[in-house]
Design a protein around this ligand. Structure first.
Ligand code: GLN
Length: 388
């Protein structure tokens, strides 16, 4: 007899945990999981310490989040995207974006509904849908430019489609979809009365000339989109697990019904610090992008010198590198070889595909550049061994 419930029997261990364990065993420079190897800004951490010691924030916050945090989320959406969000009825604080996406699915999607998933997809989406009893319908992006085929997308919409899981800037391809590309998604959603669950955790990791536009900002989309983001990537505090959902009150109310029985509420002092972080001036976000532009270029240089072909991502802190000139096997075999023989860890993207489309991942692996410059240079030196 198996000890597992049927709903989790098909799940393996996440690729991120698997790679972290293997990387640690072999002392590899870990460019796998998107986890900075440097600390978040002192003032944001200071704001959390102050909140912990203030004597006011160590008990339950309201289930939908601390009022100042919700206000800062709405103000941020207005400041950057001109979106008008109700901080009381249109925002929920969550335990990171992962809980946010899951609560959106549980609160808005019925068992038996179809949900469109763009491949490659972030690894929690499909297990989330399976746990909710929903059916994923896969639509792949096409290499090398990672664009959607309009006909494939159109065919995925059926009378059973309830939602599409959208992600831009896109992990792992680094695409930042343009408003023109998103217009087709928006048109189809309106035509078929489909909602969007939009994961925008890399909203501030965008490289010129690319620009991030939330799909909620397209005409007619505000009322059918719940937008998910988090503190982790924008403020280099992935371990805080602080995220949020915003959208129209009628959809957010559904998400809230799920959220209240998933986590009830999330870490109160971090929400106070998060309100501070989201209110930082534009220069903070410009410096973040400049820092990551430099680090992206160091990694790109290391990859090219090693014979791994890669084009610069438009956003996120990931690069997909093509290893076909330096290794004959598939992405899983290359990742293992890279960790054990070369001393660099990366993420194979084939787990981000359905079985039917897995071959589309090709001979590529994902490298993260949210690392100290010295870490990236060491990785580059090790990667050069691939050529010899
Ligand atoms: N978003 C991170 C990445 O893609 C991983 C987060 C996680 O492990 N759940 O690397």
């Amino acid at each position: 007899m198996t000890a597992f419930a049927r709903r989790v029997q098909s799940f393996g261990t996440t690729i991120f945990s698997e790679i972290n364990i293997l990387a640690a065993q072999h002392g590899a420079v870990n460019l796998g999981q998107g986890r900075p190897d440097f600390d978040g800004p002192d003032d944001i951490i200071g704001a959390a310490v102050t909140a912990l010691q203030a004597g006011q924030y160590n008990q339950y916050p309201p289930g939908n989040g601390a009022p100042d945090f919700r206000k800062s989320i709405a103000a941020h959406a207005d400041r950057f995207y001109g979106l008008s969000i109700d901080p009381d009825r249109g925002v929920i604080a969550t335990a990171g974006a992962t809980e946010a996406v899951f609560s959106c699915i549980l609160g808005l999607v019925d068992a038996g509904d179809e949900v469109i998933v763009i491949e490659p997809y972030f690894d929690s989406y499909v297990p989330n849908l399976i746990m909710a009893g929903a059916t994923p319908v896969f639509v792949p992006l096409h290499a090398p430019d990672w664009t959607l085929d309009p006909d494939e997308l159109r065919r995925a919409f059926t009378p059973k489609t309830r939602a599409i899981l959208w992600n831009s800037p896109h992990n792992p391809t680094g695409r930042v979809f343009t408003p023109a590309e998103m217009q087709l998604v928006a048109d189809l959603c309106q035509e078929h009365d489909v909602i969007v669950i939009s994961d925008e955790v890399y909203e501030h990791l965008v490289f010129e000339p690319a620009q991030h536009t939330p799909i909620a900002a397209l005409p007619g989309m505000t009322e059918r989109t719940v937008t998910v983001s988090s503190l982790g990537k924008s403020f280099s505090v992935t371990g805080w697990k602080v995220g949020w959902v915003y959208g129209p009150p009628d959809l957010v109310a559904g998400v809230m019904r799920a959220h209240q029985f998933v986590t009830f509420a999330v870490h109160h002092p971090s929400q106070i610090a998060a309100a501070y972080a989201l209110s930082l001036p534009g220069t903070y976000f410009e410096e973040l992008q400049a820092m990551y532009t430099t680090r992206r270029d160091i990694l790109m240089d290391g990859l090219w010198q090693a014979g791994i072909k890669a084009s610069a991502p438009e956003g996120t802190y990931f690069v997909l590198g093509d290893f076909s000139e330096v290794f004959p096997g598939d992405d899983i075999e290359f990742t293992k070889y890279l960790i054990t023989d070369i001393g660099v860890a990366c993420i194979p993207p084939s787990p981000f595909y359905s079985d039917a489309h897995r071959s589309l991942s090709g001979k590529r692996v994902r490298f993260a550049f949210c690392k100290d410059e010295a870490t990236l240079r060491t990785a580059g030196e090790r990667l050069r061994k691939l050529r010899g």
